[in-house]
Write a protein that binds this ligand. Structure first.
Ligand code: CTP
Length: 408
């Protein structure tokens, strides 16, 4: 299975039970991390007979929760912390003993304690000997747990078990478990979609201490990225120099110049569903970059400039000849005749949507926390949106997904 990064930034807790299938959790962690997930593991005492905490810690890159009464662990990584932290809680292997204790509401070890405090979706991946799975008490426990809608199940599968028995009780195949986690962790109108966003300014060096740039803070682009992520998308942001942005859950590629932004974008565009060009790319760069600091003279100085690559135009051209095109969303920062210029950009760059804003108005545009925009679509749609940049981003995404539904 090719990783897609769909679980980018999703938080997965895995509660490991004491069964022979516990060793398979090692590969599960690896697969989840390849998909971009953050993984934290809790294990029962008996699980540590099958796989060590150190192994799971190395693979997850996070401390492993092994004892619910460890004061040291509880300070930074306690049971309630894990319950609050996780988007999805996976129990694998879910042994007969764990299922029995979870059913009865017990919280007496490192797995059941956080699970009892957890309010989100839980995925059980049972694995045990067939006789245990078919035992009337296990059957009754599973039935009772299945009655709860936030409890989900994958497997067990039938086959030859570790002890030679043949029948149901094998841990589900790992791709099936990852797929089930995907369905629980990634929900919303953009679930399974891949979004690439450019955000922030670029800096075009004049010499080692001077550059050409603009006052973009990257807030609008990152708001577009965050909303897409919250709606289920896997999001990559190619980000110019900015500060203090909330980038949790996003795959960020830092760049400085327009050329670097173009290169990073072109390396990341295959397979994307949406390209959002929110960056304020500098339109010019100095023709020559001085390797040393330029000393000032007495008279006026002349700086020769040349055009930078148009990143959005490059993406539009790239997909021109291809059967499968992403939706292209551009921004138009204007100071006058806003809609006229925005429409021209929509046509010239063959966009699906253009978001126009008046950068001279107060509480909108560069550096503001809020924004007020007009969104125009290729099919003649038009809305005005205002509010915090995040609220505006949500309204823009609404427009985009409606348009996609209508035209694709
Ligand atoms: N854009 C880009 N690369 C550039 C310039 C702009 O990707 N080198 C993108 C911006 O991210 C934005 C849109 O193109 O989505 C803006 O279009 P553009 O015509 O470049 O706007 P301006 O630079 O404002 O153009 P003009 O100066 O002609 O108004």
């Amino acid at each position: 299975m090719q990783p897609h990064g769909y679980l980018m930034g999703r938080r997965i807790a895995i509660g490991v039970g004491g069964g022979i299938a516990a060793y398979k959790v090692c590969d599960l962690i690896r697969m989840l991390r390849k998909e971009g997930a953050q993984v934290r593991v809790a294990m029962t005492e008996s699980a540590s007979q099958f796989v060590t905490a150190l192994t799971l810690q190395s693979l997850s890159g996070e401390p492993v929760f092994t004892d619910s009464f460890d004061v040291q662990q509880d300070k930074g990584f306690g049971h309630l912390h894990l319950a609050r932290w996780a988007d999805v809680f996976v129990v694998a292997p879910a042994t007969a003993d764990l299922l029995a204790r979870i059913r009865s509401g017990m919280g007496n070890d490192a797995v059941t304690t956080p699970l009892l405090a957890f309010r989100g979706p839980v995925l059980f991946a049972p694995a045990m000997n067939t006789a245990m799975w078919e035992d009337p008490r296990t059957v009754s426990n599973v039935k009772a747990l299945k009655a709860e809608s936030r409890y989900h199940w994958v497997g067990p599968e039938s086959g030859v078990l570790a002890d030679g028995d043949v029948g149901p009780g094998r841990l589900a195949e790992l791709p099936a478990i990852v797929e089930a986690i995907n369905r629980l962790a990634v929900t919303g109108p953009l679930a399974g979609e891949r979004v690439l966003v450019t955000a922030g300014p670029t800096r075009e060096a004049i010499d080692p201490v001077r550059f050409i740039s603009n006052p973009s803070t990257g807030k609008m682009g990152v708001a577009m990225a965050q909303v897409a992520r919250a709606q289920g998308a896997a999001v990559t942001v190619v980000l110019g120099p900015t500060q203090g942005l909330e980038l949790d859950g996003l795959h960020v590629i830092d760049v400085n110049t327009a050329d670097q932004m173009r290169d990073a974008v072109m390396r990341s565009i295959e397979g994307i569903d949406y390209f959002v060009a929110a960056a304020a790319v500098s339109d010019w760069k100095p023709s020559k970059v001085s390797p040393q600091k330029q000393k000032k003279g007495e008279g006026p100085e002349v700086l020769t400039l040349e055009r930078t690559p148009d990143v959005l135009q490059g993406v539009s051209d790239h997909f021109q000849t291809q059967a499968r095109k992403p939706m292209l969303i551009g921004f138009a920062a204007e100071t006058h005749d806003i809609e006229v210029y925005a429409k021209l950009k929509l046509a010239k760059k063959r966009l699906d949507v253009v978001v126009a804003n008046d950068v001279t108005s107060t509480n909108a545009g560069f550096q503001a926390e809020t924004n007020r925009v007009v969104v125009l679509t290729v099919t003649g749609g038009r809305i005005e949106a205002s509010g915090t940049k995040r609220e505006v981003a949500a309204q823009i995404w609404n427009m985009i997904t409606h348009l996609k539904g209508a035209v694709r």
